[in-house]
Ligand binder design. Structure first.
Ligand SMILES: Cc1cc2nc3c(=O)[nH]c(=O)nc-3n(C[C@H](O)[C@H](O)[C@H](O)COP(=O)(O)OP(=O)(O)OC[C@H]3O[C@@H](n4cnc5c(N)ncnc54)[C@H](O)[C@@H]3O)c2cc1C
Length: 278
């Protein structure tokens, strides 16, 4: 839609261009910004002109995903045998039930910064211990786990003038065995519960709960927990999201069920078998 209050769109070409006026905001792919009226926004600063490499493999086996990496680019990334968790990328992108047009423009950073509970890039990157690299105004940089970056519905830890530059995924998490479960109220509905579990090489079991809660919750166990221990930990969460996409008690029940299914799956699945279960 036309944003009738926007008077200027600037394309950022270098870091110095990332100065924001009081009524200016960052523009990623624009799939949300241009989807509804934006009262009070008079200027957009387009980040896609900065030319950030979408996905960079780091020497230690981790990945750096640029904030401007599109969902389509992430989905196309070739899987690597040393990174079984790559298997999560395609189903996580597909969890955003938009057409290829949306997937071709929507960015990983835009999805995380929008901070909707059903943000699948938040689900994915939180589950893989993603670290948000934040560019501060004036040239500094700070880092925060994605689980601490998304604070609630449409709320992040970004301060005025800050931009999400990238999300780093550590090699340990990418090398983990992974599995996921997701449910929506209707076949093409927005995620109501999205649970991702992983078992790291050292045996740590990590369950990340998103969509069912306003912000990501992560449960970590030094070894595979028993069914009661896991259910107890999930039940201790007292923060279930309530909107048109699902009632809190149903989201809680689905999360409990999914966590137990994932515990069983990752207990029994052979280490050699690689893959995520949508
Ligand atoms: C059909 C359809 C279905 C959708 N389904 C979902 C869904 O299931 N779940 C969901 O979460 N969203 C959904 N969306 C909303 C939206 O498309 C996605 O969240 C998308 O990933 C947003 O990314 P973007 O790059 O287009 O963000 P933009 O629209 O460009 O920006 C979104 C917000 O993030 C800010 N921003 C963007 N990049 C940065 C950055 N690097 N640093 C700081 N701030 C930044 C912007 O200022 C803005 O506030 C859907 C949209 C459509 C059209």
């Amino acid at each position: 839609m036309d944003l009738i209050e926007v008077r200027e769109t600037r394309i950022a070409r270098r870091r110095n261009d990332l100065t924001f006026g009081a009524h200016e905001v960052a523009l990623g792919g624009g799939s949300w910004l241009f989807s509804e009226p934006q009262p009070g926004i008079h200027g957009l600063v387009d980040l896609t002109g900065l030319g950030w490499e979408p996905i960079v493999e780091s020497p230690d086996g981790g990945l750096e995903i640029a904030a401007t990496c599109t969902l389509a680019e992430l989905r196309r990334m070739p899987r690597h045998p040393a990174r079984p968790a790559d298997a999560l990328f395609a189903p996580a992108v597909d969890a955003l039930l938009g057409s290829w047009k949306v997937h071709n423009v929507a960015t990983v950073g835009g999805n995380v910064c929008l901070a909707l509970p059903a943000g699948p890039m938040t689900s994915l990157t939180a589950a893989l211990d993603g670290v948000a690299v934040i560019w501060m105004p004036g040239g500094g940089e700070r880092r925060l786990p994605v689980t601490e970056f998304v604070l609630g519905v449409r709320r992040t830890a970004l301060r005025p003038g800050e931009v999400l530059r990238a999300i780093e995924l550590p090699a340990v998490a990418l090398a983990a065995r992974v599995a996921m479960r997701r449910i929506a109220l209707s076949e093409l509905g927005r995620s109501a519960a999205f649970v991702i579990a992983r078992v790291d090489a050292g045996g740590e079991f990590v369950v990340t709960i998103t969509a069912a809660t306003p912000r990501p919750y992560q449960l970590r166990f030094a070894r595979m927990p028993g069914d009661r221990e896991l259910a107890h930990a999930v039940s201790a969460i007292d923060d279930w999201h309530d909107d048109a996409h699902g009632a809190p008690d149903w989201r809680r029940a689905m999360t409990l069920r999914f966590a137990e299914e994932l515990r069983n799956e990752l207990t029994t699945r052979s280490v050699a078998r690689d893959g995520a279960t949508p």
